[in-house]
Design a protein around this ligand. Structure first.
Ligand code: ADP
Ligand code: ADP
Length: 224
């Protein structure tokens, strides 16, 4: 599913050279649930941006679904983001003026799916998240946990190859965070591939496998 070989991202500030990612290599198989865990400044966002095709590496190779990313145009990358990856963010990133249903329909509309089918699939995704009573609510009318479940429905609705979640519990209270992690475990049980980025060891423990990131270097956590 994902293969990264000696990926580096280099920032030059004044005369200094900083390796935000320093020859990072990793490989994630279809259907895995992996947490990438590391402290602030370790390179998590940089790695997430490259994995999500929001940014490109300066060195190394990245294969997603067997396709090498390096030579793609901006349009190709947009297409990959829209068709292959479902994103979940710390701040939910929902459109505030739109209903839950409209938020979840959006990625399908971008894909050019017929309107009637968009509506049906969005409704189904929200029902799967236990939100069938909240289809017409706007984000401000939903709790944090409910907003994140709308965002997860939006990530799932296109049946992406990969779900990429960046600190998905970061804005939730402990109990709601645990519920969202249970939801990810359920999605994993249904065969989804999930990569979750977090600074929180407690959150990372809920994943099936952990990769540690420190100073831009990625290592496998030894099995307990
Ligand atoms: P994390 O997400 O784990 O907090 P980041 O990936 O944001 O880490 O950052 C990794 C390192 O790269 C940090 O030292 C950060 O200061 C640096 N960095 C990130 N983005 C930039 C940028 N646009 N310009 C310069 N340095 C950056
Ligand atoms: P949770 O335990 O999921 O965080 P809350 O206790 O925050 O849920 O919310 C309980 C109910 O109140 C939810 O079903 C939600 O629809 C409603 N609710 C929460 N916040 C708001 C709000 N700002 N405006 C209207 N309704 C809200």
């Amino acid at each position: 599913m994902i293969q990264m070989k000696n990926i580096s991202k280099i920032y030059r500030i004044g005369g200094e050279t900083l390796y935000a990612l320093d020859h990072a290599s990793l490989s994630i198989g279809n259907g895995e649930f992996v947490a990438i865990v590391g402290p602030s400044g370790s390179g998590k966002s940089t790695l997430m941006n490259i994995m999500g095709c929001l940014d490109v590496a300066d060195e190394g190779k990245y294969f997603l679904d067997g396709q090498e990313i390096e030579d793609y145009t901006e349009d190709d990358l947009t297409r990959i983001r829209n068709f292959k990856i479902g994103f979940v963010f710390q701040n939910f990133n929902l459109l505030p003026k739109n209903t839950a249903l409209e938020n979840v329909e959006l990625p399908l509309i971008y894909q050019g799916v017929p309107r009637r089918e968009c509506r049906a699939r969005a409704r189904q995704a929200l029902e799967r998240m236990g939100l069938s009573e909240r289809l017409e609510h706007r984000p401000s009318e939903l709790s944090g946990g409910q907003q994140q479940r709308v965002a997860i429905a939006r990530a799932l609705v296109t049946s992406p190859s990969l779900i990429l979640a960046d600190e998905p519990t970061g804005n939730l209270d402990h109990k709601t965070g645990v519920e969202i992690m249970e939801l990810f475990r359920e999605l994993h049980g249904n065969g989804n591939t999930i990569v979750l980025i977090t600074h929180d060891d407690g959150v990372a423990k809920k994943a099936e496998r952990r990769l540690r990131i420190l100073d831009g270097q990625v290592t496998e956590e030894a099995k307990a």
